[in-house]
Design a protein around this ligand. Structure first.
Ligand code: ADP
Ligand code: MG
Length: 317
């Protein structure tokens, strides 16, 4: 066997019981359950842009799939299958073994089957496509927020951005906080259970990958609305909470990327149901603001309008 096929057989071929045909032919064969829509998304991770060239290969494997699963969660879809297109500068078996271990750890945890892909030589570049399904008409979309919807966000925001700032030596964290932040950055946990439960409750939903304000702005633009957001109502790690006056910390929470939490809007009539959901899932769901007919996002902190520095947020639009 040629080295390429050896690699595929060794590192990327696993049983795929939910597919009619998986790795090994010219294409895979899949069946979507009756009454469901196929949901597809793809993300590319480029070394040096989306992760450090020397990042732990296990983490790269985990994250390249996790960020795609997060897109399924944000649609209210069940993640089922993935393909992997990977360019490798060289055949580095220890690297591949760890990458594959991280990828399949995530695949196993979230019940995704790798059903195909492409392997070539080139600058390190990883593209995962994910496929899932959702009952027809029930997907959570960005364009259906209504005026006066509650705005919610799951979990903690800002930890991953703080972890990145730590790696870039822009801030120094003590080891316990650093460990929490680096875990958030390297091995995000997509909110799949939440996404499914939000069907028929949320009016709109998005996963927070580029920073809360940037991603919320996508919902608002698609729904032709504005919003008010209360910084002090956003849940974050105690370290961030204790420094909420600091502009850098505010930026991590409002504009830091890589959180992979879900931000969603829901009518006020769903407030109790959503609080109940938080208890059921044992997951913090914070009510952080509301949508408005007036366009633009107004952020308050301690009930004062926050002057968001144009510079700090510029590259987020
Ligand atoms: P083709 O020449 O028809 O494109 P390939 O030689 O690229 O086929 O791939 C052979 C088989 O291995 C295909 O079924 C393909 O889906 C699978 N495959 C290739 N690379 C990967 C990968 N990185 N992960 C999973 N499956 C892969
Ligand atoms: Mg091919």
């Amino acid at each position: 066997m040629s080295p390429e096929f050896n690699l595929i057989a060794k590192y990327f071929t696993r049983a795929t019981p939910s597919a009619d045909l998986g790795v090994g032919d010219d294409a895979a064969l899949l069946r979507v359950n009756a009454g469901h829509q196929l949901v597809i998304s793809v993300d590319m991770l480029v070394a040096g842009t989306h992760f450090f060239q020397d990042a732990a290969p296990y983490d790269i494997g985990w994250k390249s799939l996790a960020v795609n699963i997060s897109d399924m969660a944000a649609m209210g879809a069940v993640q089922k299958w993935a393909t992997l297109a990977i360019a490798l500068p060289e055949i580095n078996e220890p690297w591949l073994a760890e990458f594959s271990r991280g990828l399949f750890a995530c695949a196993d945890q979230f019940k995704v089957e790798l059903i195909g892909g492409d392997t070539t030589r080139g600058p390190l570049n990883i593209s995962v496509q994910i496929m899932g399904e959702v009952p027809t008409g029930e997907a959570l979309r960005r364009n259906a927020a209504k005026p006066d919807d509650d705005i919610w966000v799951s979990g903690n925001l800002g930890s991953a951005a703080l972890g990145l700032a730590h790696l870039q030596n822009k801030i120094t964290l003590d080891s316990e906080v650093a460990e929490h932040c680096l875990q958030a950055l390297h091995t995000p946990m997509p909110r799949t259970a939440l996404g499914l439960k939000l069907r028929n409750k949320a009016n709109s939903c998005i996963d927070v990958s580029d920073g809360l304000l940037a991603d919320l702005a996508h919902i608002l633009k698609a729904s032709n609305l504005g919003a008010t957001v209360m910084l002090d109502h956003i849940n974050c790690h105690d370290f961030l909470r204790s420094r909420l006056d600091d502009t850098i910390i505010q930026q991590c929470i409002l504009a830091g990327g890589d959180d992979y939490e879900l931000a969603f809007t829901a009518p006020q009539s769903q407030r109790h149901a959503i609080q109940e959901l938080a208890r059921q899932l044992n997951l913090q769901l914070s009510l952080i603001g509301k949508t408005t007919e007036k366009l633009g996002i107004a952020v308050t902190y301690k009930q004062q309008l926050l002057a968001i520095s144009k510079k700090g947020f510029d590259h987020f639009g």
